[in-house]
Design a protein around this ligand. Structure first.
Ligand SMILES: [Zn+2]
Length: 80
């Protein structure tokens, strides 16, 4: 039987569908008998859903070095 600690350690893989069929069965078995881990998993799933709904972070501003590198690359291309 899985301990709660092991269950928690694997729960993110479980939610991501990264576990093997056997591992998933073991997780499910534990969840069946452990309300604590059920609650933990539900909160974790909720948090993941919330994170997915958040907008993408804005792109970092182009620094001068980036602009310079781009110009150099463009110049090299036009000279070739
Ligand atoms: Zn548990």
């Amino acid at each position: 039987m899985l301990t709660c600690k092991e269950q928690v350690a694997r729960s993110s893989d479980y939610l991501d569908g990264q576990l093997s069929f056997r591992q998933r069965l073991i997780q499910r078995h534990h969840l069946l008998f452990c309300p604590n881990c059920r609650r933990f998993l539900r909160q974790m799933r909720l948090m993941q859903a919330t994170l997915r709904k958040m907008p993408e972070p804005p792109l970092p501003p182009v620094t001068d070095i980036d602009a310079l590198a781009e110009r150099l690359a463009a110049e090299r291309k036009s000279n070739a």
